[in-house]
Design a protein around this ligand. Structure first.
Ligand code: FAD
Ligand code: NAD
Length: 406
């Protein structure tokens, strides 16, 4: 009898945790496991605001897949998924086609643009390692241009962030730390640089603890970040954006516009005909799609309702990495002939946001609020904890964060 074919799409948090758990749970003679990813590395999306600002080297963020996945047990295919045909049980890749008996979709997220005019063409987005690097290079290039232009062009030194959710706030913290370095390097007076965060809602980090939000805003304002609340981005142009506040429109000149105002599930899922809710598959408790018993969805492509609040859980790496082991366990059960499948129960350990490399704030252990050094320490420990789960102590020593005592 032929081994069942398990295909895992995407080497993000969900896909990687599924793969490394599954390779331990079953023998090579039980199933053929294939992992498909665009690149031969996994990247820590949770650090992309640092890559974008230029405060963390990209080598820290990228992890070679071969360093954590056992290629004697898993067939790795470096390719791009184009579409999925769940009825025919096939996956179309740019350079081929795969058949499966069981599929795990972990294709992650894209920035949501809400149809706002000019965003696709003129905004930079923090959604993968390549566009994060582009942001770093672009901002640095504009600083290097400033003293070489015949006229004063303040838009080269104006950095505008669209959205004050967690991504916008974390990027603001990093770029505020990076700006003094850039000013020294390119002979620019710090007072000429502006960092403006534009947020449509009346508050940053909507729904988060108000005391923690106030702490974050005070700390970022002290570093020179300006906040424009209740102000929505309406349009992005090549050298400016249009915002609206109280029905009044205003143009802000900038050549560094970073859009960080929300995410959506990878559109391949919807385009492949899966039933979606807000672009994501509202999975069953065992993480399978409503329509297909052989397809699991993990990470930002999956929607999971929080029964208490009546709203979906925010898409986070924390959720994705907890789903991987559940899917691996369920695959093992199915491969071995069936039985009761495990249900996924999120265990939210906390939410922490960095405000630059040495400051942070957030909640841990249910309701314990942390500020400053202790929050920053916990945030770094949680990044290291993920590395431990993924690749053990060797990976922590190679890619971990140890700048914790200053
Ligand atoms: P992703 O991490 O998005 O990975 C998807 C993978 O699929 C990638 O390897 C990609 O290359 C690959 N892929 C995509 N399309 C294709 C294709 N067509 N073909 C082949 N491969 C493909 N969450 C937290 O819990 N804590 C945090 O501190 C935190 N910080 C964040 C900071 C930033 C700046 C951002 C942007 C997000 C942060 N998040 C955080 C959210 C978290 O990063 C996401 O929820 C998480 O990355 C989702 O994981 P995933 O497994 O769904 O996929
Ligand atoms: P988000 O949806 O959490 O926040 C987006 C923000 O952009 C909102 O405040 C929204 O009001 C604002 N916005 C939307 N349209 C706008 C417009 N036209 N003009 C101005 N502002 C606008 O999205 P995010 O910050 O990208 O985060 C995505 C996911 O990743 C979330 O689930 C988040 O929890 C997670 N994340 C977590 C962390 C962390 O835990 N440290 C860090 C980053 C991201």
């Amino acid at each position: 009898m032929k081994n069942p074919k398990v295909v895992i799409l995407g080497a993000g948090y969900g896909g990687m945790m599924t793969t490394v758990k599954l390779q331990k749970l079953i023998g090579t003679n039980e199933a053929d496991i294939t992992l498909v990813n665009k690149h031969d590395y996994h990247y820590q999306t949770t650090l992309l605001h640092e890559t974008s600002a230029g405060t963390a080297p990209q080598e820290q963020v990228k992890i070679a897949i071969k360093d954590v996945v056992d290629f004697s047990k898993v067939n790795f295919v470096q390719d791009t998924v184009v579409s999925i045909d769940p009825k025919a049980k096939k996956v179309q890749l740019e350079d081929g086609e795969l058949e499966y008996d069981y599929l795990v979709i972990g294709l992650g997220f894209e920035s949501a643009t809400f149809g706002i005019k000019g965003l696709e063409e003129n905004a930079f987005m923090i959604s993968n390692v390549n566009n994060a690097r582009l942001i770093r290079e672009h901002i640095e290039y504009n600083f290097s241009r400033y003293n070489n232009e015949p006229e004063d062009r303040p838009e080269l030194l104006t950095i505008v962030i669209g959205g004050a959710g967690f991504t916008g706030i974390e990027f603001a913290g990093e770029i505020a730390n990076r700006v003094p370095e850039l000013c020294r390097e390119y002979d620019i007076d710090r007072s000429k640089v502006r960092i403006i965060t534009v947020e449509a809602g009346p508050s940053a980090l909507a729904g988060f603890d108000p005391e923690l939000v106030e702490y974050a805003l005070n700390k970022l304002e002290a570093k020179g970040v300006e906040f424009r609340l209740s102000t929505a981005v309406k349009e992005a142009k090549a050298d400016s954006i249009i915002v609206e506040h109280d029905g009044q429109q205003e143009e802000i000149k900038t050549e560094n516009f970073i859009w960080a105002a929300g995410v959506k599930g990878n559109p391949i899922v919807e385009q492949s005909g899966f039933e979606v809710n807000r672009g994501k598959v509202q999975v069953r408790p065992d993480l399978r799609t409503p329509d297909y018993d052989d397809v699991f969805v993990v990470g930002d492509c999956a929607l999971i309702m929080n029964e208490e609040s009546g709203r979906p859980y925010p898409p986070t790496a924390q959720m994705a990495m907890q789903q991987g082991p559940v899917v691996a366990q369920n695959l093992k059960t199915l491969i071995r002939g069936g039985g009761e499948l495990q249900e996924f129960e999120p265990n939210i350990l906390g939410t922490l946001a960095s405000l630059g490399s040495r400051d942070a704030m957030g909640v841990v252990f249910g309701n314990k609020k942390l500020f400053g050094w202790s929050a920053s320490f916990m945030k770094k420990m949680s990044d290291n904890r993920y590395l431990m789960k993924l690749g053990g102590i060797g990976l922590v020593l190679k890619k971990g964060k140890f700048d914790i005592f200053h």
